[in-house]
Design a protein around this ligand. Structure first.
Ligand code: PLA
Length: 473
């Protein structure tokens, strides 16, 4: 018998098992012992540090002990925490009563509690009463949801919808929809580069990398003006190889909170058209930037009205507060219904081996809210309420900063930014100080989520920002 006990294969067979083969197994003792022994011996031949112990107990129980102290996965290294969702984990571990989570973009009430929209509760009550089934959805998702989401995006009377020039597939929220779109690009536009804004939502890079889609960046943020580097953006989009894909944030750019004006969107569309690029919109905040679903979709609608083909990923995490339901969609607006049908068939083909078909609950909520005029109206007012609370906090943070700051720095850029976030301009060391000294949790790029801030905490936050900005390099 081998002496080292680093690794061993094992089998245990009792008397009972001799008489009755267990489910799924067949054969008698001699066959099974043989299999167990052979497995051990084969392994033993391959690896010197294998051992095999085999004993017959007085009760006729035959057993082999297993000891594993070397994993097949020794080479797996620890992954770094996610730069956004990892912040919530660190926040949870902090026991300070002062702590404030401004990391992830999740809406909180003035009491800093998670918020479930009233319309969502009402829609869920209706769903429960009607006893809806839990069978598989079709691969492309719930038909009523797909119709509603395309109409919310483009406007119900958009000719593209009547002409059937849109392929909509329900996705696993914004992220999953982007991932499906990226998988489609990888398969049907192999090697075509996606241009993403610098900076952008960090997960865009992961999604493209994991999908095997090459990417590079276009200029977007100008730190000197704390505004949009519009000429840099246009230049980079112009200089990209013809037929590139340009990833655009439909509204409420994350992390900067800076959006192009309607006129600038027109110029961006001109260049994209000239260069035969394909725009790919990420619409994760429709209704959250301005409080109006229509206003926040105007960038996409402007491009569609020009007859451009484009992709759009949508999310209902923020505007309906359905974060954990994972509900969103990928849409392709194309030149004919025939092409749309073919694209849809291929998106389904990509989805099937990834997750088969999407979850139903969130899709029903969206479909029920949008399909019921009174719930829809209620949703719009709740959305305005949420967007309004964020605007109020934005103003109050600006006021507090302006009054605390003895050096008179102009903080008005905070008021110009829109959506859930403010890009403070704090660097990594300063952001670390915010967390280590002040228990304010935020991403290391200097982004704070105003959706996680209350009016009551604005002064405290202003003190933390002023200290970090002036006292840390
Ligand atoms: N696109 C952008 C631009 C986003 O900011 C987010 C979410 C998504 C897509 C995806 O959201 P979804 O999958 O939940 O629909 N960004 C958050 C959360 C709010 C995150 O990082 O996942 C953020 O804090 O940036």
């Amino acid at each position: 018998m081998a002496s080292m006990a680093s690794r061993a294969a094992a089998v245990t067979i009792t008397n009972a098992a001799l008489d009755k083969p267990s489910h799924g197994s067949s054969g008698n003792l001699s066959q099974r012992s043989f299999v167990g022994l052979r497995a051990g011996l084969v392994l033993g031949q391959k690896k010197e540090n294998l051992s095999l112990s085999f004993k017959v107990e007085p009760t006729s129980r035959i057993s082999m002990a297993v000891a594993v102290d070397v994993s097949k996965f020794e080479s797996v290294t620890m992954a770094p925490p996610d730069p956004i969702l990892g912040v919530s984990e660190a926040f949870k571990a902090d026991s300070s009563p002062l702590k404030l989570n401004l990391g992830v973009g999740a809406y909180r009430t003035e009491e800093l509690q998670p918020y479930v929209l009233d319309v969502v509760k009402k829609a869920e009550k209706l769903m429960l009463e009607s006893g809806e089934f839990k069978e598989y959805l079709p691969i492309e998702g719930l038909a009523a949801f797909n119709k509603a989401t395309a109409e919310l995006l483009l406007g119900a009377d958009n000719p593209v919808i009547k002409q059937g020039r849109i392929a909509t597939v329900q996705g696993l929220s914004g992220t999953g929809s982007l991932r499906l779109g990226a998988a489609f690009i990888q398969r049907y536009l192999p090697g075509v580069k996606v241009l993403i804004s610098s900076p952008t939502w960090g997960n865009h890079k992961n999604i493209l990398n994991d999908s095997g889609v090459p990417w590079s960046e276009y200029r977007y943020f100008d730190p000197t003006t704390v505004g949009l580097d519009f000429s840099g953006m246009i230049e980079d989009i112009k200089n990209a190889t013809d037929g590139s894909i340009i990833l655009l944030h439909g509204c409420a750019h994350n992390p900067t909170g800076i959006d192009p004006t309607a006129e600038q969107w027109g110029t961006i569309a001109d260049v994209i058209e000239e260069k035969s690029h394909l725009p790919f919109f990420d619409v994760a905040y429709q209704g959250f930037a301005s409080g109006s679903l229509d206003n926040d979709a105007s960038s996409v609608r402007q491009f569609v009205a020009r007859g451009l083909e484009l992709f759009v990923a949508q999310s209902y995490s923020k505007n309906l507060g359905l974060y954990a339901e994972r509900i969103g969609a990928i849409n392709a607006v194309v030149s004919s219904s025939d092409v749309a049908n073919r694209i849809k068939s291929q998106l389904k083909r990509l989805a099937r081996p990834m997750y088969s078909n999407p979850p139903v609950h969130g899709a029903r909520i969206v479909a029920n809210v949008v399909g019921d005029p009174s719930l829809f109206d209620e949703w719009r007012s709740e959305m305005q309420l949420m967007a309004g609370r964020i605007k109020g906090v934005r103003q109050s943070l600006y006021d507090a900063l302006s009054s605390v700051d003895e050096n008179g720095k102009d903080w008005s850029f905070i008021l110009k930014q829109i959506g859930m976030f403010s890009f403070t301009g704090l660097n990594k060391n300063q952001s670390d100080n915010m967390t280590d000294k002040w228990h304010v949790y935020m991403t290391k790029d200097g982004r704070i989520s105003l959706a996680g801030l209350s009016l009551a905490k604005c002064e405290y936050l202003a003190d933390a920002i002023i200290d970090s900005y002036y006292n840390v390099k």
